[in-house]
Design a protein around this ligand. Sequence first.
Ligand SMILES: O=C(CO)COP(=O)(O)O
Length: 251
Amino acid sequence: MSGKRVIGNWKMNGSLDANRRLLQELLPPLAALTGVEVAVCPPFPYLAQVGALLEGSGVALGAQNLHAAEKGAFTGEVGAGMLKELGCRYVLVGHSERRSLFGESDGLVAEKFEAALAAGLLPVLCVGETLAQRRDGSTEAVIAAQVRAVLQRVGIAGIATGVVAYEPVWAIGTGETASPEQAQAVHRQIRALLGEADRELAAATPLLYGGSVKADNAAALFAQPDIDGGLIGGASLEAASFAAICQAAAR
Ligand SMILES: O=C(CO)COP(=O)(O)O
């Protein structure tokens, strides 16, 4: 199957030396793969270094966050145009760590998604429910609210230009992956929700799964009809694991 995407989210990890070593080991096996688009999202200070190391590799660069404004008096923040200038293709928007640790609301996430699109970046909208929300049966409502906030702001054409990543909060960094069936059920729901706006664009929107994706569970997840690839945290920091996950997507 072709057309899958695998994006590595390094989170707040790495160093000049570690990044160089990771990519030295990772890029050769990736060069042999076809039918999969791979990207890595290092912390802001390493975008230029990693961008240079990726040159000619076919692996794309992404950032983990952005501010909704173009520029201005926002100390410590980074604008979409800056990311674009540094060679980013993707930017994560509304990762659950941003939502829970840094108070990002559905509305703010929608503004960021719009700003990324305006700069010519491909925003990756991250959505997902907490364990408490899954247990009390509100998974569907939570995901719907998170997706609708962005849909209302940028429309289905805007969402379809970017990417949606389903990352159940209870599966992030816990080693507990959603089963392929659990993930597929939510992906199907997201596809249906987008399909209410436009079926064709909904079908064309890449839906990635994230949350403890590893070399040994990637193939089963990627085999699901509505899972178009993965957003990888911990395993993207290990060259062999990340390469194996990309390989599973290339099959
Ligand atoms: O948050 C994630 C990617 O954005 C997933 O992280 P893990 O793969 O470490 O569970």
